[in-house]
Ligand binder design. Structure first.
Ligand code: ZN
Length: 312
């Protein structure tokens, strides 16, 4: 009798242990594994809700000049001029000739003045193969540096630090203009892939480009018309703050407006943001393959149509 009692006792302990394990598994599944919290500097940092413009707006240390970045820019053979100090910008440079890598930058409103922080110039230079492979020849921007706040708040925008660019459209390889306002299809990428299924080639180009830039880890955030009404006509692309040394992107870039159950999952998903040439190469190769497949598929559809037409 005694042995039987022991057995049921052990069985109940086992049941409790299994329950604990299942509970822990469920917790880990929905919240992600427990991670050490990132060390946040003591400087007064204003952060808003992560997906509503979490831009760090602590001022840059006085006298901070990123010489390493300037050397890097020189090594990348970018034509630039170091300018006098500009309010808010740590390492102001002016790009000459409107060219970063193989991409030509042209002002949408007709006043070309590419004043920005050195880091943004380096990031855009490194991203030029991504623009290229997506069939972009020219970028139509509206502004790089401007001293202003984020719309509707009293926080400084990353434009005021020279770390962001607003892109209104592109000139494709075939010479046609692709504008964000008229050609972007909202709500793509809610499925399995970031790209989704765009209906026109222009929308496909815009979406593919945004996804590739996001995957490159060169940029802290890419805001598309999916984000809010203020971004209905441009992509807002920004790099990292100079004091953000870890270069770690804690929150995934907002490409779609995620609502409901997925919201907390997206917030917690950590993304390491570190530049690697191999990563850019991988993105370019993948895109080449995808575009090739897309064209082949369209050719087949067109051929089938012709064939059906001839028979019918
Ligand atoms: Zn912007």
């Amino acid at each position: 009798m005694k042995g039987r009692g022991d057995k049921s006792f052990f069985r109940s302990i086992r049941l409790v242990l299994i329950e604990c394990f299942v509970f822990a598994a469920v917790v880990v599944l929905f919240n992600g594994p427990v991670r050490a919290r990132p060390v946040v500097s003591r400087a007064p940092v204003a952060r808003m809700h992560p997906l509503v413009g979490a831009e760090f707006h602590h001022p840059i240390q006085k006298g901070f000049v990123d010489r390493r970045c300037l050397r890097r820019l020189r090594r990348l053979k970018v034509r630039f001029r170091k300018t006098r100090s500009v309010r808010g910008v740590a390492t102001p440079v002016e790009i000459l000739g409107g060219r970063l890598g193989s991409i030509r930058y042209r002002s949408f409103f007709g006043h070309d003045h590419m004043l920005m922080d050195c880091r943004l110039a380096v990031a855009l230079q490194r991203a030029s193969p991504i623009f290229r492979v997506n069939g972009v020849k020219e970028v139509l921007y509206s502004n790089f540096y401007s001293w202003r706040n984020v719309d509707g708040t009293n926080r400084l925008s990353l434009h005021a630090l020279g770390l962001a660019v607003d892109i209104h459209g592109f000139v494709a390889r075939n010479g046609r203009r692709v504008m964000v306002e008229s050609d972007y299809e909202k709500g793509l990428g809610r499925g399995r892939t970031c790209e989704g299924h765009a209906e026109t080639w222009k929308a496909r180009l815009l979406r593919d480009l945004a996804c590739d830039l996001d995957a490159s880890n060169l940029f802290g955030r890419i805001l598309t018309p999916d984000y809010d009404h203020g971004h209905r006509n441009h992509f807002h692309i920004s790099t990292f703050h100079p004091r953000d040394r870890a270069k770690k992107r804690i929150y995934r870039t907002v490409l779609v407006d995620v609502k409901g159950v997925l919201w907390p999952w997206v917030l917690r998903r950590p993304v390491r943001a570190r530049y690697r040439l191999s990563r850019i190469r991988r993105i370019v190769r993948r895109r080449q393959l995808m575009i090739h497949r897309w064209y082949r598929w369209h050719r087949r559809v067109a051929r089938d149509k012709r064939w059906r037409h001839r028979r019918g």
